[in-house]
Design a protein around this ligand. Structure first.
Ligand code: NAI
Length: 699
């Protein structure tokens, strides 16, 4: 049973009991409907309370049911709410905690609502590209007014119960209890006090008007349009709330229903729902049980106070975990600490961080020049130069000084984690934590699982990732892990596009129009073109058969490394990030093309986008098949959180599913016929070919 039933004197108490958040999936709705019938049939029952067990009244619909028959299977939420409204006996919602989405819609179908102070109330459906589909857009404006309701529905943000009761004329809550503890007792007394009230109040019978009518909605629409680019749902929320002010209640419900169903099938909603599930799925590792005991991390050591070390340390300080930093020289330590201070001070200046919190964080940061001082740390993250010899020295030292059971992590972006683990006598305690730059800001953390990494080490690092508010994705060991291995193929396509006739600005513009935060050339300038150059030089000997455009090398030979040198594919004015087209670079690309005997051709934006995005997809399919990523949705999370892939497209794998894998492969076959491209690369990865043959998708 997902609802509990108990009669207390003359009051039937129905408790939603479906952990973790009392989601209103089919089983819960069925159970609730049954208990409502039972209460109505019991002559001793005079009034009914609906409340929630555990940490929520109800978090709303069960999103796992979306897109399946169960979502609308009877009794659907509409039908349950109708039962509430038709109940011959008064129904009181007693809300002790989170009341969201369908949970709030359910409460709005009750005759009365009592909440405790501090309860979070929201209609967050817009965050999944939807609108409230069980009457929320029609009922909420009737109890808190059109403007407040529209604000809640369009933003999806939670509002506290004590703020809502302050709204003039509000009818959402009949009263607030003194506390969460006294809620049920107060609700019981209230339910008895209104047991004989007739007619029973119903939200649907309340008027719904805005004094400025059409003008208000027009202004709101203009504002929402500006903010909700690429997402259809927010404007549809405005339409639905406006309908509440114009249509009869039942017609408004039908209108809302129709919009809800249409939104459910939009690629944007599919993407947002996919991300919601993918984020949760990323923390689940197939062969690591959820109840794996975790190692206790009370003190973290960071080796190297450079670009990454400083940012990494900040993550832990922000989460209240003390950090000890080690460097080779005092000057390097001083420089690193000064950068951390500067970062925090800028947050204080912007009002994002309180002075006392800044000081508390700095007080948790200590420094040392001696490895022997690290013996009390529970975990260490190494962020020194990217050279295997340096890593070897560091890990041998760590093996010597770290206490047994301490976790030894490396932030390496390219080196073999198994090799690094083998520098110690405890490879089971070694793991990769690949942060992205700037490490204190970027949401993504690739957790690199070595051949011998212990399961509890992996589970501990994943939990730690959550604590420092990262989206952590597990990657196996391979060159570039998930993200950079894919981006290398994307970068190669960018190079071929230049050789064949594009300018950097044309490529960047096309992919930015597709929704990427930054095109490959602006990204190269930001990250430093010398990094890619170093990798290519390595590749020229490691993989002599691999085809590369040489244009980027010519650029680097001119010292145009990007923003850090004030010049890369574009020019930059000191202190600014605006990319200014440089005609010499354009001429350099043209000259290289002439030297290669290539006649430039017009390349469409569609071709640019397809070649860049499909190169990611094909490499990802290899990664998935090799088990480097355990699920397609993990790859999506890497690209959404670390590489600026457009959120509303749901990541490269979901995008491929939406385009249709058959169509993706057809395009790849076409690209393989282009003599200036890399025909071998465009052979569909075996997994991709198999999915097409079986008519399946990645996700
Ligand atoms: P960096 O050059 O800014 O900093 C490295 C720091 O390590 C320097 O302060 C240096 O003094 C110190 N160091 C070198 N050898 C040491 C030793 N034996 N003991 C103690 N300290 C030592 O380098 P960055 O960019 O911070 O990179 C560090 C690591 O993070 C590298 O493995 C790199 O591949 C990786 N990484 C870098 C990213 C980036 O965007 N910069 C992104 C992701 C990973």
């Amino acid at each position: 049973m997902t609802t509990l039933y108990k009669v207390n004197g003359s009051v039937a108490v129905i408790t939603l009991s479906n952990p973790p958040v009392n989601g209103l999936g089919h089983a819960s709705r069925l159970s609730l409907a049954g208990h409502l019938e039972q209460a109505n049939a019991d002559a001793l029952v005079k009034s009914i309370i609906i409340t929630g067990a555990g940490k929520a009244f109800s978090g709303g619909a069960d999103i796992k049911e979306f897109g399946t028959d169960k979502a609308m299977a009877e009794p659907n939420l509409h039908s349950v709410i109708r039962m509430l409204e038709n109940s011959g006996k008064p129904v009181v919602a007693a809300i002790h905690s989170v009341c969201m989405g369908g949970g709030l819609e359910l409460a709005l179908g009750c005759n009365y609502r009592i909440a405790s102070p501090g309860v979070s109330v929201a209609l967050p459906e817009v965050k999944l590209g939807l609108l409230p589909g069980a009457g929320g857009t029609q009922r909420l404006p009737r109890v808190i007014g059109v403007e407040a309701a529209l604000n809640m529905i369009v933003s999806g943000e939670p509002v506290k119960s004590e703020m809502l009761v302050q709204l003039p004329g509000q009818k959402l809550f009949d009263k607030l209890s003194a506390s969460a503890d006294s809620l049920l007792e107060e609700a019981l007394a209230f339910a008895q006090s209104i047991a004989d009230t007739r007619p029973l109040p119903l939200v649907r019978n309340l008027p719904c008007k805005h004094k400025n009518g059409d003008a208000y909605f027009q202004f709101t629409r203009n504002m929402v349009k500006g903010m909700a680019k690429n997402y259809p749902a927010p404007l549809k929320c405005v339409d639905a709330v406006q309908a509440a002010t114009q249509k009869k209640f039942e017609d408004g419900l039908l209108f809302e229903r129709e919009i809800f169903i249409n939104l459910m099938w939009t690629p944007e909603s599919r993407a947002l729902r996919h991300i919601f599930m993918a984020e949760r799925a990323a923390s689940k590792i197939p062969d690591v049980p959820a109840d794996t005991p975790l190692r206790d991390i009370k003190l973290l050591a960071v080796i190297g106070a450079g670009t990454m070390g400083g940012g990494i340390a900040m993550n832990f300080l922000n989460a209240g975990i003390p950090v000890k930093m080690l460097e080779m020289k005092q000057e390097a330590l001083d420089r690193g600490i000064a950068t951390i201070r500067k970062n925090y001070e800028s947050q204080v200046k912007k009002g994002k961080l309180k002075q006392d919190k800044y000081e508390a964080r700095m007080a948790m940061l200590s420094t040392t020049l001696s490895y022997d001082d690290l013996s009390d740390a529970d975990m260490v993250i190494e962020a020194v130069f990217e050279e295997i010899g340096v890593k070897e020295k560091v890990f041998s030292e760590l093996d010597r000084v770290m206490k047994p059971g301490a976790i030894l992590a490396s932030n390496t972006s390219t080196l073999d984690m198994n090799r690094i683990a083998a520098f110690t006598k405890r490879p089971q305690d070694v793991i990769g934590t690949h942060f992205f730059s700037p490490a204190n800001i970027m949401k993504l953390l690739e957790v690199v699982r070595g051949e011998k990494t212990a399961k509890d080490v992996l589970a501990t690092v994943m939990a730690l990732g959550k604590k420092i508010r990262k989206t952590s994705v597990v990657s196996g060991v391979c060159d570039g892990f998930i993200g950079n291995r894919m981006i290398e193929q994307y970068g190669r396509q960018g190079g071929f596009l230049l050789d064949e006739g594009c300018t950097p600005a044309q490529v960047d513009k096309a992919i930015e129009k597709f929704g990427f935060a930054m095109g490959p050339f602006r990204m190269g300038d930001l990250a430093g073109n010398d990094i890619g150059w170093a990798i290519r030089k390595r590749r020229y000997t490691e993989k002599p058969d691999m085809k590369y455009s040489k244009t980027a090398d010519l650029l680097c030979e001119k010292g145009r490394y990007g923003q850090k040198t004030g010049a890369g594919w574009y020019d930059y004015v000191a202190g600014k990030r605006d990319a200014i087209v440089n005609q010499e670079v354009v001429a350099m690309i043209e000259e290289n093309r002439r030297n290669l005997g290539i006649t430039a051709r017009q390349i469409s934006d569609e071709e640019i986008v397809q070649r860049l995005v499909y190169s990611l997809i094909n490499e990802a399919a290899h990664i998935l098949e090799e088990g480097i990523a355990s699920k397609a949705s993990d790859i999506d999370m890497v690209y959404l959180m670390g590489y600026g892939f457009p959120i509303y497209r749901g990541g490269p794998m979901l995008y491929a599913d939406q385009v249709g894998l058959f169509n993706v492969v057809q395009s790849m076959k076409r690209f393989a016929l282009n003599p200036l491209d890399d025909a071998k690369f465009w052979q569909p990865a075996p997994l991709l070919a198999r999915l097409v043959a079986e008519g399946k998708t990645f996700n």
